[in-house]
Design a protein. Structure first.
Lengths: 222, 241
């Protein structure tokens, strides 16, 4: 009986899971849960995840919520290569540290003009911390190879890109790191996972209006 | 040279790390941090070198430094090979602990964090019922009971785990709001669970870790220092926005 993953690829943690499972050839059934259509609120989905959130996993009778828990469960069950979640306890702790820091207090909201400045300021600050504390001068967050930390980070940073806000602009270090991550994941898989958010039509509700885009661009300069 | 733990027991994640280390007889040097004063003071104390994020709790193990309480807790449990029930080897049970720790962060922790700073800002507010943040806890507490605890003695089974420790130390933070205010009042199942957790930890250790929170008078005088409050104001406003 195959693992079922309940995903909406518009959501960052869902993409991380999708990429991880595909990259590691983990057999799974993709169960599409369209948040915009309210699929997550259905009674049926409630049986899989009473918290009514994606992503969710169903492995026989065992159901699991929270993307970090699911990523770790899959890495253990399918014995994925060590670099994703190292057995070396200090390297592992670094991944855990990043995954914990990364967690937002509240779910991603679309930009609203009033809170725009604040949101951009927070984003700038997060990007700065990311570069200075986590990435530093290493090729990846936890050393020389890609780990769950990079995966979780990259899908998050791609989200504003999908909303018309290229946070990679003017940040060469991040651009280089992104290339490395894309290459490690595989360009095709990376594109496939991000297809839905990079297609403007799919993101019309979260698109930044053109007049605000320039404004944000100015603020986003490091 | 043993490990150093940078802690301020005013902070709930610090208490969970403290209790875990003590309960498991993990030798460590307690490095006292002061979360409130630190907001105001300059960064001349060298802590920045330990933890560039200037957060507590933080761990220093020789040249290795670590922030984020879930990372510290699991690092300690694995490094010191603590009894299995804290962070079980069984994949599914471990997943349940991971699931709780992750969920906790964006729900209960998030609201309690806000409540704490609201209290610091509005120390003289008599009516704690005016805090919206308290209402924010209603649904998470219900989920805690119905999704996570259900009919089990502890969150992940028959024995205490990291999940229970993190949950209870966080909920204790709400005691800051008013002496005797018990957020679990109308939820007897959670009250019983909380008592079981305290017992599993050991009453003495539990009380010791929560001394600062339970010593309300001292906290009041610490927080009313006028210079402290003035200097904290801009940051406070940001935190509770």
């Amino acid at each position: 009986m195959v693992v079922e993953l309940f995903l909406d690829l518009r959501s960052q943690p869902c993409r991380a899971l999708f990429i991880f499972a595909k990259k590691n050839n983990i057999p799974f059934e993709f169960k599409d849960v369209e948040l915009l259509k309210g699929h997550h609120l259905s009674e049926e989905f409630g049986k899989v995840n009473v918290l009514k959130k994606v992503p969710a996993l169903k492995d026989g009778a065992f159901t699991l919520a929270e993307s970090i828990a699911i990523l770790l469960y899959l890495s253990r069950k399918f014995n994925t290569p060590d670099h994703w979640y190292p057995s070396d306890l200090q390297k592992r702790a670094r991944v855990d540290e990043y995954l914990s820091w990364h967690q937002p207090g509240r779910g991603g909201q679309p930009f609203s003009p009033e809170k725009l400045e604040e949101a951009v300021e927070e984003l700038n600050s997060a990007l700065k911390q990311f570069e200075e504390k986590f990435l530093q001068d290493k090729p990846f967050i936890v050393g020389n190879e890609i780990s769950l930390a990079d995966l979780v980070a990259i899908v998050e940073l791609m989200q504003p890109v999908g909303c018309g806000c290229d946070i990679f602009e003017n940040r060469p270090k991040l651009v280089e790191w992104r290339s490395r991550v894309e290459e490690a994941v595989g360009k095709e898989l990376f594109q496939q996972a991000h297809e839905i958010i990079l297609n403007v039509k799919n993101m019309s509700t979260t698109q930044l209006p053109p007049e605000l885009r320039e404004h944000v661009k100015q603020f986003l300069k490091p | 040279m043993g490990i150093e733990l940078y802690l301020d027991l005013l902070s709930s994640p610090c208490r969970s790390v403290y209790i875990f280390a003590k309960k498991n007889n993990i030798p460590f040097t307690f490095k006292q941090m002061e979360v409130l004063k630190d907001l105001v003071k300059g960064h001349s104390d060298g802590f920045g070198k330990v933890n560039i994020l200037r957060k507590v709790p933080a761990l220093k193990d020789g040249g290795f430094t670590l922030a984020e309480s879930p990372a510290i807790l699991t690092y300690l449990s694995q490094t010191y090979k603590t009894p299995d029930h804290w962070y079980p080897l069984d994949m599914k049970k471990r997943a349940r602990v991971d699931e709780y720790l992750s969920w906790h962060h964006s729900t209960i922790r998030s609201s309690v964090f806000k409540i704490f700073w609201l209290k610091v800002r509005d120390l003289n507010i008599q009516s704690w019922t005016s805090y919206e943040a308290l209402e924010d806890l209603t649904i998470p507490l219900k989920q805690l009971e119905e999704k996570f605890l259900q009919d089990k003695p502890f969150l992940v089974g028959n024995m205490i785990s990291l999940a229970d420790l993190v949950a209870v130390t966080e909920l204790m933070q709400v005691r800051l709001i008013a002496i005797g205010y018990n957020i679990l009042e109308d939820m007897p199942k959670l009250v019983e669970w909380r008592n079981r957790v305290e017992k599993a930890v050991g009453k003495e250790l539990f009380q010791e870790a929560h001394k600062v929170i339970l010593n309300f008078q001292d906290l009041n005088s610490m927080l009313t220092e006028p210079q402290l409050k003035e200097q904290m104001k801009p940051r406070l406003l940001k935190m509770v926005a």
